[in-house]
Design a protein around this ligand. Structure first.
Ligand SMILES: Nc1ncnc2c1ncn2[C@@H]1O[C@H](COP(=O)(O)OP(=O)(O)OP(=O)(O)O)[C@@H](O)[C@H]1O
Ligand SMILES: [Mg+2]
Length: 191
C-alpha cells in the first residue's frame, strides 16, 4: 500500500496540526486576486466558518473538519474558498476516491498523504454505502491521520450521527473526531 512508503509521523507530535499554510487572510482580497477563481470570493463565506477554519490552521482547534448541511447551503463553495487560500491543498470527491481505490493508483494515494491539506467532498453522497465507498473513505482518513496530522476537511450532507449509521463507528470516529460545523440557511440554488 502506498502509505507504507510515506514517513511515519509520531502520533504524539502535534506540530503538524498547525502545518496548513494559509497564503493570505481572506479579507485581504488584493493578495488573492491572481490565484482565486474569478467567480468566487472568500468574503461570501460566513465569518463564523472562517473563524473555525482559522482556528484549525492556527492549531487552536482539532482537525479534521467535518462540514455538513443540507443541499445547496454552500459547503462545496466554502471548501473551494479554503482551497483558494491554502498553499498546498488537494481536492477530491467520493467518486474519484472510489475510482482511485479501484485503480490502485499508488502515486495518487501517496500524493494524498503528502499534501498539507486534503478536502474530500460528497461524503455519503451515494444512495447506498458500498464496500468500495467505505474502504475509500477509511483509506483517505487513515492516510491523513497517520501522515498529515489529521489535516483534512470532509464535506457531506449527513449529520455526524447519520454518518455513524451509514458508515459505522470506525469511519465515524475518523471523520468526526475533530471539529464539526453545520452550514445552515436556505438552498442557494433555489434562491
Ligand atoms: N456563500 C455563497 N455566496 C454566493 N453563492 C454561493 C455561496 N455558497 C454557495 N453558493 C452558490 O450556491 C450554489 C450551491 O452551492 P454548493 O454547491 O456549495 O452547495 P452544497 O452545500 O455543496 O450542496 P450539495 O450538498 O448539493 O453538494 C452554487 O451555485 C454556489 O456557487
Ligand atoms: Mg456540494
Amino acid at each position: 500500500m502506498a502509505a507504507e512508503k510515506l514517513p511515519i509521523v509520531d502520533p504524539a507530535d502535534t506540530s503538524r496540526r498547525g502545518f496548513c499554510q494559509v497564503l493570505a487572510h481572506p479579507h485581504c482580497y488584493s493578495h488573492l486576486r491572481l490565484q482565486m477563481h474569478h467567480t468566487r470570493r472568500p468574503q461570501q463565506v460566513e465569518d463564523s466558518l472562517w473563524l473555525v477554519f482559522y482556528g484549525l490552521t492556527a492549531g487552536k482547534r482539532r482537525w479534521p473538519l467535518y462540514l455538513w448541511g443540507d443541499t445547496g447551503r454552500g459547503k462545496t463553495f466554502a471548501g473551494l474558498c479554503f482551497k483558494d487560500v491554502l498553499s498546498n491543498c488537494a481536492w477530491t470527491d467520493l467518486d474519484r476516491l472510489c475510482e482511485m481505490l479501484c485503480r490502485r493508483d499508488v502515486d495518487w494515494w501517496r500524493h494524498m498523504g503528502e499534501v498539507d491539506c486534503m478536502i474530500v467532498d460528497e461524503i455519503g453522497g451515494r444512495d447506498e454505502i458500498s464496500s468500495v465507498d467505505a474502504d475509500a473513505v477509511k483509506k483517505i482518513a487513515d492516510l491523513r491521520e497517520r501522515y498529515a496530522g489529521g489535516v483534512a476537511v470532509y464535506i457531506g450532507n449527513h449529520a455526524p450521527d447519520r454518518i455513524k449509521e451509514l458508515y459505522g463507528v470506525r469511519i465515524h470516529s475518523r471523520l468526526c473526531c475533530g471539529t464539526q460545523y453545520e452550514v445552515t440557511g436556505a438552498d442557494r440554488r433555489m434562491a
